[in-house]
Ligand binder design. Structure first.
Ligand SMILES: Nc1ncnc2c1ncn2[C@@H]1O[C@H](COP(=O)(O)OP(=O)(O)OP(=O)(O)O)[C@@H](O)[C@H]1O
Length: 793
C-alpha cells in the first residue's frame, strides 16, 4: 500500500487539482499475484472510459476550455500536432543531454543512451506512437505539465483562439501538447523519469485525466511514449508516406534522429518447393524460368529457387541531423534559412523572416551564430519589458543545447531577435550559473550586438525605398523588388526596440541612431532618417530641429513651427511617448545638436532689430511677468523669434520636461505629483512683437499699468497660450469663466447680468416625481437581486 499513500500525498503537495473520485480498489504494483489480470484489464479498456482503478484529476479550467476548442475545432491544418509532439520530444532529449554533461551515469547504457525519437504505427488499432528517450516525467510532472498551464495571460490566449480559430499560435504559447486532440479522442502518455517509476497518463479530453502506475506496458527504461488513438477521420496519419512528408516539412531541423518503424518490400529468394505459388506467381516464375532456360541451359541443374515479396520492418531515419549552422552559409538556400527560422521560432505562419545573418566569429572566442529578424513582433514584446526574461537565442556549446533562457547573450532591446549561438570556447561540463559568469560571454555578446546592428542596417541599405537616389528607387529587379518596403516594415514592428536601445546602450548609441526613422514637417507621410535630414539641412543650420507631441496632425499646426516653416526649416515630429525619454539621451548626432523647438534656446539667426524690439517691449514684458508671477506658474516673459500668426506661446527650459512630457507623466496612473513639480520645466511666455494683440496690450500697459481689466486680459492670453502650447490647465473652470466674460463683452452684455432663477414650484414637483421613480426602480432592482440569489441557491 506504500505506493498508494505516496501517490496521494504527492499529488496533494504538488498541485491543487481536485481528484474526481477516490481510488477504488486499485491494484498496487508488486502486490498483484496475477499480472495477467492487470494485463487483461488494460487491454479491455474501451474508448468509453478511462482505467477504472486509476487516480483521477480534473484539468485546470483553462486547459479544459482549450481542449474543448481543440477537439471541436474545424481548423484544417491538423498536421501541427506532429511537429508539437516531436518538438516536445526533442526538448526532453535536450534536457537529459544537458544533465548528462555533469553526470555521465544519467544516460544509462545500451538503448537507453541512444538519444533519439521513434515513431511507430499500429494500423489495426489505429494507434500512432511517438517515443523519445528524453528526460521523462515523474508522476508530479505528469500532473503539473499535462494538467495545468502556468503561463500568464493564458485566459486571454484561450479567448483569442476561440475567436480566431487560428491554432497556429499554439506552439508559441507553450501549450503544444494539447494539439494532439485535433486528431485523437483518447491519448495515453507513458513516461519514465530516472527519479520515479513508470506511469501512464490518459485522457479523453472530457475535463479529466487519470494517472496509473504502469504495470502492463513494456518498461521504457527512460523517456516518454505518447500513444495517440486516432479518430476515424484522422486515418491519414497511419500512412507512412504522410508521416515522412510531415517530418520532412516540419521537423527537418530537429537535432536528434527521428526514426520511423517503416515497412519495406523486399525480394526474398526461397526454395521453390517451400512456397505454394499462387497462379499468377506461377505464371511469372515459369516465364522467368523459360527465359533463363533459353539463355543458359545450365541453370536447370542449380537447385530451384523462387523470388517472393516480403514485407519487413526496420527503422528508417527521416531527418538529416547535420545542424544548419555548421554548414557553409554559401551552401544554405534562402528557403532552408526560412524553414529553419520557422522551426526555431515555432512560428508557422507563411511570412518569411525579414532578414538573417549567419556567421562565424574567430579569435580568442570562437562561435557560430544565426540571427533572424522575425516578420512580426510577438504580442507581448514590450509587456513588463524590464522584468521579464525574454531572450530568444538558443545557446549551444559544442553542438549541445544548453539553454534558451540565457539573457546574457543579448541586451533586452534586441530580445526580439530569434536565433542561436554555438560556441566552442565555453566549457561544457559546468553548471548554468558558472557559465553565466564566464568571461567569453562578454565578448560573444559584444560581437552579437555588432552583427545584429549590421544586419538591421543592411535591411535599410538594400531597401530601394530607403534610397536617396531616385534612379535606385525606381530600379526594378526581382531581387530589389522583394526588399522594397522591408525597412519600414521592420520599423513598424521593432522601431520601439531601437529607441530603447538608444536609451540603454551608450556604446552603440550612434549606430542605433542611424537606424532611427521618423516623420518630419517635410516628409509627406514618409519615414526619414537622421542622415537624410542632415543632407537636407539649410546652409548655416547648426541644429537638428524636432518637436514632441501627441500626434502628427497636432504638431503640423503647432505655433512653434510658424517661423521655422516660413524660413523653410525641416522639423522632426516625435509622437511616441517613448520619444520624450529617447531625446533625453540623444543629445547630438554627427556633431549636430538636437533642439526641441518648443523649448528655450532656439536660434534662427539674429536680426539687427532684435535689440530695438527688446527695448521697446521692455515695459510690457516686465509688467507681465510681475503681474502673473504670483498667480500663475510663469518664470519669464521674452520676445519670440519663432512666431508668425500667433500672439504668444509658452516654452519650457532646456532641461525640464516639455509640455508633452508633462502630459505623459500626468496620464500615468502611479505618477508622483511631488516629483512632477520638481521636474517641470521653467515656463517662459514668448510674445510676438509684430502681433496686433501684443502691440495693443503694450500701449495699454504703458498707459495705465494698474488697469484691472488689462491684467485680466493678460492672464487670459497667457492661459490660452499655455493651452495652445500643449499644457494641461490647472484650473479649466477659471479659464472657462474668463472666456465667458470676454464673450459677454463682445456680445455687449452687461457684466453684472445674472442668471435667471428657475421656477421653484416646478422644481419641487419634478423632484418629487424623480424621487418616486427612483424608489420604484430600486424596488424592482431589489426584486431582481432576490430572484438571482434564489436561482443561485
Ligand atoms: N515528450 C516529453 N517528455 C518530457 N516532458 C514532456 C514531453 N512532452 C511534454 N512534456 C512536458 O509537458 C509540458 C507541456 O508541454 P506543451 O507542449 O503543452 O508546452 P511546452 O512544451 O512547454 O511549450 P511548447 O509547445 O512551446 O514547447 C512541457 O513543458 C514538458 O515539461
Amino acid at each position: 500500500r506504500k505506493f498508494e499513500a505516496n501517490a496521494e500525498s504527492d499529488s496533494e503537495e504538488v498541485v491543487d487539482l481536485p481528484k474526481v473520485e477516490e481510488k477504488i480498489g486499485a491494484v498496487p504494483s508488486g502486490l498483484s499475484t496475477d499480472s495477467d489480470v492487470v494485463k487483461r484489464e488494460a487491454e479491455s479498456i474501451s474508448k468509453k472510459s478511462l482505467r477504472s482503478n486509476a487516480e483521477k484529476f480534473e484539468f485546470q479550467a483553462e486547459v479544459s476550455r482549450l481542449m474543448d476548442i481543440i477537439i471541436n475545432s474545424l481548423y484544417s491544418n491538423k498536421d501541427i500536432f506532429l511537429r508539437e509532439l516531436i518538438s516536445n520530444a526533442s526538448d526532453a532529449l535536450d534536457k537529459i543531454r544537458f544533465l548528462s554533461l555533469t553526470d555521465k551515469e544519467i544516460l544509462g547504457e545500451g538503448d537507453n543512451a541512444k538519444l533519439e525519437i521513434q515513431i511507430k504505427l499500429d494500423k489495426e488499432k489505429k494507434i500512432l506512437s511517438i517515443r523519445d528517450r528524453g528526460i521523462g516525467m515523474t508522476k508530479e510532472d505528469l500532473i503539473k505539465n499535462l494538467g495545468t498551464i502556468a503561463k500568464s495571460g493564458t485566459s486571454s490566449f484561450v479567448e483569442k483562439m476561440q475567436k480566431t480559430g487560428d491554432l497556429n499560435l499554439i506552439g508559441q504559447f507553450g501549450v503544444g501538447f494539447y494539439s494532439v486532440y485535433l486528431v485523437a479522442d483518447y491519448v495515453e502518455v507513458i513516461s519514465k523519469h530516472n527519479d520515479d517509476i513508470q506511469y501512464v497518463w490518459e485522457s479523453k479530453a472530457d475535463g479529466a485525466f487519470a494517472i496509473s502506475e504502469d504495470t502492463w506496458n513494456e518498461p521504457l527504461g527512460r523517456g516518454t511514449e505518447i500513444r495517440i488513438h486516432l479518430r476515424d477521420e484522422a486515418g491519414e496519419y497511419l500512412e507512412e508516406f504522410k508521416l515522412k512528408e510531415l517530418v520532412k516539412r516540419y521537423s527537418e531541423f530537429i537535432n536528434f534522429p527521428i526514426n520511423l518503424w517503416a515497412s519495406k518490400e523486399v525480394d526474398v529468394e526461397v526454395p521453390a518447393d517451400e512456397v505454394e505459388p499462387s497462379e499468377e506467381e506461377e505464371d511469372e516464375s515459369s516465364k522467368a524460368s523459360s527465359e533463363e532456360e533459353s539463355e543458359d541451359e545450365d541453370a536447370e541443374k542449380k537447385p530451384k529457387t523462387k523470388t517472393v515479396k516480403e514485407t519487413t520492418y526496420e527503422w528508417e531515419l527521416l531527418n538529416d541531423v547535420k545542424a544548419i549552422w555548421l554548414r557553409n552559409p554559401k551552401d544554405v538556400t534562402d528557403e532552408e534559412y526560412s524553414k529553419f527560422y520557422h522551426s526555431l521560432a515555432k512560428d508557422f505562419s507563411d511570412e518569411k523572416p525579414v532578414t538573417w545573418s549567419h556567421f562565424t566569429a574567430e579569435g580568442d572566442v570562437e562561435f557560430r551564430a544565426v540571427l533572424f529578424v522575425p516578420p512580426k513582433a510577438p504580442h507581448d514584446l514590450y509587456e513588463s519589458y524590464y522584468n521579464a526574461n525574454k531572450s530568444n537565442l538558443k545557446l549551444y556549446v559544442r553542438r549541445v543545447f544548453i539553454s534558451d533562457e540565457f539573457d546574457e547573450l543579448l541586451p533586452k532591446y534586441l530580445s526580439f531577435l530569434q536565433g542561436l549561438v554555438d560556441s566552442d570556447s565555453l566549457p561544457l561540463n559546468v553548471s548554468r550559473e558558472m557559465l553565466q559568469q564566464h568571461s567569453s560571454l562578454k565578448t560573444i555578446k559584444k560581437k552579437l550586438i555588432r552583427k545584429a546592428l549590421d544586419m538591421i542596417r543592411r535591411i535599410a541599405e538594400e531597401d530601394p525605398d530607403e534610397s536617396n537616389d531616385k534612379d535606385k528607387k525606381e530600379e526594378v529587379s526581382s531581387d530589389n523588388e522583394e526588399k522594397r518596403g522591408q525597412y519600414s516594415k521592420f520599423w513598424k514592428e521593432f522601431g520601439k526596440s531601437i529607441k530603447l536601445g538608444i536609451i540603454e546602450d551608450a556604446t552603440n548609441r550612434n549606430r542605433l541612431a542611424k537606424l532611427l526613422r521618423f516623420e518630419t514637417s517635410k516628409s509627406e507621410g514618409k519615414l526619414t532618417s537622421l542622415d537624410q535630414y542632415i543632407s537636407r539641412m539649410k546652409s548655416g543650420q547648426k541644429d537638428i530641429f524636432y518637436i514632441t507631441g501627441a500626434s502628427k496632425e497636432q504638431l503640423e499646426n503647432s505655433p512653434f513651427l510658424e517661423q521655422l516653416k516660413k524660413k523653410n526649416y525641416e522639423v522632426i515630429f516625435f509622437t511616441d511617448p517613448v520619444d520624450e525619454y529617447l531625446m533625453q539621451y540623444l543629445m547630438d548626432y554627427e556633431d549636430k545638436k538636437f533642439q526641441n523647438v518648443s523649448k528655450e534656446g532656439l536660434k534662427l539667426g539674429k536680426s539687427s532689430k532684435d535689440k530695438e524690439l527688446k527695448e521697446s517691449f521692455k515695459d510690457l514684458t516686465k509688467w507681465w511677468k510681475k503681474s502673473l508671477a504670483a498667480s500663475e506658474n510663469l518664470d519669464d516673459v521674452k520676445i519670440s523669434n519663432r512666431l508668425d500668426n500667433t500672439p504668444c506661446v509658452v516654452v519650457t527650459s532646456k532641461f525640464g520636461w516639455s509640455a508633452n512630457m508633462e502630459r505623459i507623466m500626468q496620464s500615468q496612473t502611479l505618477s508622483n505629483t511631488a516629483s512632477q513639480a520638481y521636474m517641470r520645466g521653467k515656463r517662459v511666455l514668448e510674445i510676438n512683437p509684430r502681433h496686433p494683440i501684443i502691440k495693443e496690450l503694450r500701449d495699454r500697459v504703458v498707459n495705465n499699468p494698474e488697469d484691472e481689466s488689462v491684467k485680466q486680459t493678460a492672464q487670459l492670453i497667457y492661459q490660452t497660450a499655455l493651452f495652445e502650447s500643449g499644457f494641461i490647465l490647472n484650473d479649466p473652470k477659471e479659464f472657462a469663466s474668463r472666456i465667458y466674460d470676454s464673450v459677454k463683452s463682445s456680445l455687449d452684455i452687461n457684466p453684472e447680468a445674472t442668471v435667471e432663477e428657475e421656477d421653484e414650484t416646478e422644481e419641487v414637483e419634478s423632484e418629487e416625481s424623480d424621487a418616486k421613480e427612483a424608489a420604484s426602480t430600486s424596488k424592482a432592482e431589489a426584486a431582481n437581486d432576490a430572484a438571482d440569489v434564489k436561482d443561485e441557491l
